[in-house]
Design a binder for this molecule. Sequence first.
Ligand code: ADP
Ligand code: MG
Length: 249
Amino acid sequence: MPEAPTTRPLVEIRGVNKYFGSHHVLKDIDLDVAKGEVVIVIGPSGSGKSTLCRSINRLETIDSGEILIDGVRLPEEGRQLAALRSDVGMVFQAFNLFAHKTVLENVTLAPIKVRRIPKAEANKRAMELLTRVGVADHANKLPAQLSGGQQQRVAIARSLAMDPKLILLDEPTSALDPEMINEVLDVMVELAQDGMTMVVVTHEMGFARKAADRVVFMADGAIVEEAAPEEFFSHPKSDRAKDFLSKIL
Ligand code: ADP
Ligand code: MG
């Protein structure tokens, strides 16, 4: 019997609200992300994009609503949270590699410690991933010996090493020198084409056009507009989106 198609979204965000003190930073967020879908989150600084990403893997708590990953509600803490969190890879603006560990060790650390994968096997898999992102030659170097673009590709390999169901990338190219942006975007486009489910905070239109299925525009903690990339960039509907695009284009 063929497996019945599953229509349930991989990520389900329902009525999520989040406050920092009296500051309402996520306002009734509803968002589904299908398996294999690439969603771009875009919007002015301070609109809640990072907080939303961080809420999806519980680096932030939420005050109301719920977030389900593959049908499982995110727990507040404990063993189940660790398991769920390892299903969600995260790549930050600042590469966040362990400075005193080699590139290879950065990629194998979590698989060995969290997934209990034998070291030889973790090394082999890590070298495959480093090859895939084009930095295998640097496996035995420390992060500081690599360029920013190379470090960010290591960070992507590190998140892939846990075989996540979903990868969140929060402005992965905005700390990079311009000449390094494309080498990271190219890796992201390949991931998208390989069917990885991705939520990407980025203003890189080229990536959005090549790889995104949907653009979600946030302003003041709310989702203001959602559309296919071509539609959003050529015919934004809300004044907020028009104003934002006039500033970044
Ligand atoms: P974006 O990523 O879209 O720039 P953020 O999610 O980082 O926005 O921030 C949304 C709002 O929440 C901003 O006003 C920011 O100052 C505030 N904020 C973010 N993190 C914290 C925090 N840890 N404590 C207090 N306020 C925060
Ligand atoms: Mg941010």
